[in-house]
Design a protein around this ligand. Structure first.
Ligand code: S3P
Length: 436
């Protein structure tokens, strides 16, 4: 793959289904009674890992390449897996499934790729242990008979579920994965489980579980869930993923000859901080045809060439655009003046350390960026020149720097552009469709 500057980007596209919502459709369908149909399901590697884990837990799942049918067996219908549940690169699979497994009267072992083995799991072990689940971490699971227990708080690990006590968990971080794992365990609890976050994180679990019949109440940054609901299978239509749309939002704003309409995109306010940031930076971005689909706000997003300027991105806005900060840093490199990203220490524990990987690649292209403890400072409009991008296997780094490369002098190549299959398998083809 080699990218160079193009004359213009024009036209319409629909980005693939939302990753967070696709995962949840499979998981909640599996623990509901009867059939769940998930349309516009994201056929990315992460969501396919979720399907494969639930198949191993005894759930029949048919996937025809866009629609997925899940034959749910109810809250207590999962079967003990007879081998390790492999989550690949997917933190969402690992953390959310742990919440469900905490309520099962059996033991499961979970593992994933080299990146997942480095990601912090203490954040879910803490609430789930308080609720009664037991965890053991292993130095490796490649040869289970030889593995040794460690105190690493990382995958691979074994979880023994069972009877669950309700808690009110005050999470030290705004994390939808921690909140969701705790609420899912709460489905099996002995009373009402509550999670309070410092700032509200994405609320797809709360919205979708309520649609399946759970009793769940959200007030500010606290969600409360009642145990043992009767969950019923649903038809879920997954909106386009705003985290994938973000690359085309940035492309439309940065490029001097661009107008792009991104159709059917989820614009849940707990996810759409990238649009607020774009507007704060002077971007021309508009929401058209706003509607609600399967309980989620959806719109078409129209973006066009803009003169961007720097902005300060911080505080409660951060969880609403946490996955978009790499592409926001690229936008900032094309904006006039300085952009400051603060309160985003979570970037260090994503698929790569995104403060480090954004800094390394932007500098390699000639950008002016200073990493900080909790974010970065980018001084815009240094001329960027193509280079070989080091993705560290992180899909969002590959896609962010592809957008930079399309607006830089020279050629941009990648050590591993294949990692985009995690969330956006047709990413490079969609760029081609819009290039003029
Ligand atoms: C996700 C939550 C976020 C996000 C991740 C998906 C989810 O992670 O970064 O890509 O689907 O719940 P955290 O919960 O760690 O913030």
């Amino acid at each position: 793959m080699e990218l160079t500057r193009k004359h213009a980007f024009r036209g319409e596209l629909s980005v693939p289904g939302d990753k967070s919502i696709s995962h949840r459709g499979i998981m909640f369908g599996a623990i509901s009674n009867g059939l769940t149909e998930v349309t516009n399901f994201l056929q990315g590697a992460d969501c396919l890992s979720t399907i494969s884990c639930f198949r191993q837990l005894g759930i029949a799942i048919e996937n025809d390449g866009s629609k997925v049918l899940v034959q749910g067996k109810g809250l207590h219908g999962l079967a003990a897996p007879n081998k390790t549940l492999q989550v690949g690169n997917s933190g969402t699979t690992l953390r959310l499934i742990s919440g469900i497994l905490a309520g099962q009267p059996f033991e499961s072992t979970l593992d994933g790729d080299a990146s997942i083995r480095k990601r912090p799991m203490k954040r879910i072990f803490t609430p789930l242990s308080k609720m009664g689940a037991q965890f053991q971490c292993w130095d490796s699971n490649d040869f289970p008979e030889q593995r040794k227990e460690t105190t690493s708080h990382c995958a691979p690990f074994t979880i023994q579920g069972g009877s669950i006590k309700h808690i009110h968990y005050h999470s030290p971080i705004a994390s939808a994965q921690v909140k969701s794992a705790t609420l899912l365990a709460g489905l099996y609890g002995d009373g009402i489980t509550k999670v309070t976050e410092p700032v509200l994180s994405r609320n797809h679990t709360e919205l979708m579980l309520a649609g399946f019949g759970a009793k769940i109440l959200s007030t500010d940054a606290t969600a409360a869930i009642w145990p043992e609901p009767k969950l019923e299978g649903q038809a879920i239509h997954v909106p386009g993923d705003i985290s994938s749309a973000a690359y085309f939002i940035a492309l439309g704003l940065i490029h001097p000859h661009a107008e792009i309409l991104i159709q059917n995109t989820g614009v849940n306010p707990t996810r759409s901080g990238i649009l607020k940031a774009a507007l704060a930076m002077g971007g021309k971005a508009a929401l058209l045809n706003e509607r609600t689909v399967s309980g989620e706000p959806v719109a078409d997003i129209l973006v066009s060439s803009s003169s961007l300027h720097g902005a300060v991105i911080e505080g409660s806005m951060i969880p609403t655009l946490i996955d978009e900060l790499p592409i926001l840093a690229v936008m900032a490199a094309f904006a006039e003046g300085t952009t400051v990203i603060k309160d985003a220490q979570e970037l260090k524990v994503k698929e790569s350390n995104r403060i480090a990987t954004v800094t390394e690649n932007l500098r390699a292209m000639g950008g002016d960026i200073t990493p900080t403890e909790d974010g970065m400072v980018i001084r815009g409009q240094s001329p960027l020149c193509g280079t070989r991008i080091k993705t560290y296997g992180d899909h969002r780094i590959a896609m962010s720097f592809a957008i930079a490369g399309l607006n830089a002098d020279g050629n941009t190549t990648f050590d591993d552009e294949g990692c985009v299959t995690v969330s956006y398998p047709s990413f490079f083809q969609d760029i081609e469709k819009l290039a003029r």
